[in-house]
Ligand binder design. Structure first.
Ligand code: ADP
Ligand code: MG
Length: 683
């Protein structure tokens, strides 16, 4: 029955699960606190004292055994509500006891309810420290007598039954030796029952390393297998289209980062394996042009390419800028979205099938079954965190020979996260903004300063600039958020009345064509103000907009704030971001605002976001599961992660197949998935 509860409550089914149910801390049982020093901050205490008196008081339900013990510094009360008569038999006035329990306060006085009690003997009076594990548990289990400490009794029974052969070494001897790791067998035992703190930390370090290392190794093997065995189309020539564009129509000099990334892509697509690359670049780093040049490369080698965006607005925008850039060249580009009219859609489908259409830009509509390509060689996905992983996979299947895949994201991913969550992908970083950009000035203002903020916006508009007002709409369906948006719109309108000012509004409940019209009016500077929800977040490019007012900024996450802020600062003018909030702010919100005001660096912000929210909440990684380490954390164990990566890289450089005798161990462990030994079930 307790076994059933363990399964239900903690997912403990086998000895192995129990073994991997790690204590979250240890208690030093030899530490005795003087009763006079006990205070409210303490969670568990151990005291030692002479029993002065005890009595059973109360009737029936309120019946309890109350005991007093006394040391040189004070007196403490112990209480039992159950098993009273059994406990009573253990008590002797004048005897010295060692008492351990969770501290509570009753009428302002410290009290231990149902503590552990034993006669103090010479052995337990002084001696070596004795670290006792405390395990995560649940209320239900506690009620059945399995509290954080009593699970220790189970592990104490289990551990002696486990032998070194049950937990064989899985790291190469050289790695164990270099880092002075305890053996795997010892590490498990010592994590539960360490002799001292030092031993505990060494065991923890080893097991964390193990987790990180195998995660790295698994990813690296997938990547290296793809490089060695997957077949991919070959883009081995830079032809007329690429060259003509590069030398005659490119409107600016590429940044160093853009050049470097293009080179990485060219090398990767020329080798005959399938490219599967993640391109990370902060907002405004110029990913679109890299996408276009790669598409031209595909066309030069006789292949079609597609660029998929998460929203109609973005697809339209990409299409406009790409057709504009290519307007003097002989190459067919088309747009396909959910709102493409039937006749036109059929025409495009035919063009894709015959190969006449060489480049296509679009939304999800591109992965519909009816879309058939003649020879798709490249698919580019913009702003990948908006797409599910499944959709990405579908695009790969559009051909017999899988097309190269380039995933572009403007949400910088901290290095530690990229290493663990995307370690199987190749990975390019654009860490440089085009020249001439002025860093955005960001300030935090309280709601009370709204009139001053509005005046400031007015001044900017008077200079010919444009402004965004962004409202949180966490759930596009939330009625309250929607009402706030409408209220906000009216408020903005009151400050900026027609005919001096015109306002565009965009939100998720609008029809695509209404959204589009509003966007276009803002883009053309027919409207000076854009009131919007976060639908504007991704990729929209209006270089003349120089002010961004974020309403209820405390409600946005860090990454989102950064994304939204990236809508300004795209031209050469000084841009501003104003974070408007109410006066009541949580500590986390305060921290987010502070970071936003302090830096424009997307990678730094992503790091902070990871620290504040933890890896579980970062978009796009929830499903992946690769970040669910039992012990390690990519936030707190960065050094160990680097070490694991270096170790893994070094190993694969010398032995890519893991075929040496020393590395066979690793290979076998990887093959058994987790190297799990299934012992008998927990009874
Ligand atoms: P993002 O990486 O956010 O998608 P975009 O591709 O939209 O960025 O580029 C942002 C702006 O910077 C665009 O207006 C684009 O024309 C411009 N741009 C891109 N690369 C360069 C460059 N090398 N020099 C100058 N401007 C550039
Ligand atoms: Mg973009």
């Amino acid at each position: 029955m307790r076994g059933d509860l363990l399964k239900k409550e903690l997912n403990i089914f086998s000895f192995n699960d129990l073994l991997e149910h790690f204590p979250y801390r240890h208690l030093d049982k030899t530490k005795v606190t003087p009763i006079g020093k006990v205070n409210m901050q303490m969670e568990y205490v151990q005291v030692a004292g002479r029993l002065t008196d005890f009595e059973i008081i109360g009737e029936r339900k309120s019946k309890r055994l109350v005991v007093h013990i006394k040391d040189a510094t004070g007196t403490m009360e112990l209480a039992w509500f159950q098993g009273i008569h059994w406990v009573e038999k253990l008590l002797a006035i004048g005897e010295e006891y060692l008492v351990f329990g969770k501290l509570s306060f009753f009428m302002g006085k410290p009290q231990l309810v149902h503590p552990e009690l034993e006669v103090r003997t010479l052995q337990n009076a002084e001696g070596k420290s004795l670290l006792e594990p405390i395990y995560p548990t649940t209320e239900k289990l506690k009620a059945r007598g399995l509290n954080g400490r009593s699970i220790a009794k189970l592990t104490a029974v289990l551990l002696p039954q486990i032998h070194p052969k049950d937990l064989p070494e899985n790291l190469p001897p050289s790695v164990v030796a270099t880092h002075q790791f305890p053996s795997r067998y010892d590490a498990y035992r010592q994590l539960h029952f360490p002799a001292d703190q030092e031993q505990y930390e060494a065991a923890l370090r080893r097991l964390k390393f193990e987790e990180l290392f195998f995660a790295q190794l698994r990813m690296a093997m997938i990547k290296s297998n793809r490089h060695r065995f997957s077949k991919g189309v070959v883009f081995d020539k830079v032809g007329d289209l690429f060259n003509e564009f590069y030398h005659h129509h490119l409107p600016f000099e590429l940044t160093g980062a853009q050049k470097r990334v293009l080179k990485e892509i060219r090398l990767d697509t020329a080798k005959g394996h399938q490219m599967n690359r993640l391109l990370q670049g902060d907002v405004g780093s110029g990913k679109t042009i890299v996408a276009l040049l790669t598409m031209l490369l595909a066309a030069d080698n006789g292949y079609q390419s597609c660029l998929m965006a998460p929203t109609e607005i973005l697809a339209q925008q990409h299409f406009n800028s790409i057709s504009n850039l290519l307007k003097e060249m002989k190459i067919e580009v088309k747009l396909l979205t959910g709102s493409t009219k039937k006749a036109q859609r059929e025409q495009i489908h035919a063009g894709l099938q015959s190969g006449e259409v060489q480049m296509i830009v679009g939304t999800h509509a591109l992965i519909e079954d009816t879309v058939q390509f003649k020879n798709l060689g490249l698919s580019i996905v913009d702003e990948q965190h908006r797409f599910g992983v499944a959709q990405r996979a579908e695009l790969k299947l559009k051909n017999n020979m899988p097309p190269h895949v380039l995933v572009m994201t403007a949400t910088p991913i901290p290095r530690t996260m990229a290493m663990t969550a995307y370690g199987d992908l190749d990975y390019s970083v654009m860490d440089e903004l085009p020249p001439g950009r002025k860093p955005i000035t960001t300030v935090h203002r309280y709601e009370t300063a709204r009139p001053a903020v509005m005046d400031f916006v007015k001044q900017e508009i008077a200079k010919g600039r444009q402004a965004y007002f962004i409202y949180p709409l966490i759930e596009e369906s939330s009625k309250l958020d929607y009402e706030n948006l409408m209220k906000g719109y009216e408020e903005v309108k009151a400050f900026f009345p027609e005919p001096n000012y015109y306002i565009s509004m965009v939100h998720g409940k609008q029809k695509p064509d209404v959204k589009e019209t509003n966007m276009m009016r803002f883009k053309k500077n027919d409207t000076q103000i854009m009131v919007s929800t976060t639908v504007i977040e991704v990729g929209v490019d209006v270089p003349n907009a120089s002010v961004m007012v974020m309403e209820s900024a405390e409600r946005f996450g860090l990454s989102q704030l950064h994304q939204l802020r990236g809508r300004v600062g795209r031209g050469s003018e000084q841009s501003f971001c104003i974070l408007l909030t109410g006066s009541k702010l949580s500590n986390d919100a305060r921290e987010r605002l502070k970071i936003m005001c302090a830096t424009n660096d997307g990678f730094l912000i992503a790091e902070k976001d990871l620290e504040l929210r933890g890896p579980g909440d970062i978009e796009g990684t929830k499903q992946s599961g690769v970040l669910n380490f039992k012990l390690a954390s990519i936030v707190n164990d960065k050094e160990l992660l680097e070490l694991a990566k270096q170790t893994c890289d070094a190993l694969l450089t010398t032995d890519p197949d893991l075929s040496s005798a020393e590395n066979l161990l690793l290979k076998n462990y990887l093959l058994t998935k987790k190297g799990k030994t299934e012992w008998s079930r927990v009874a």
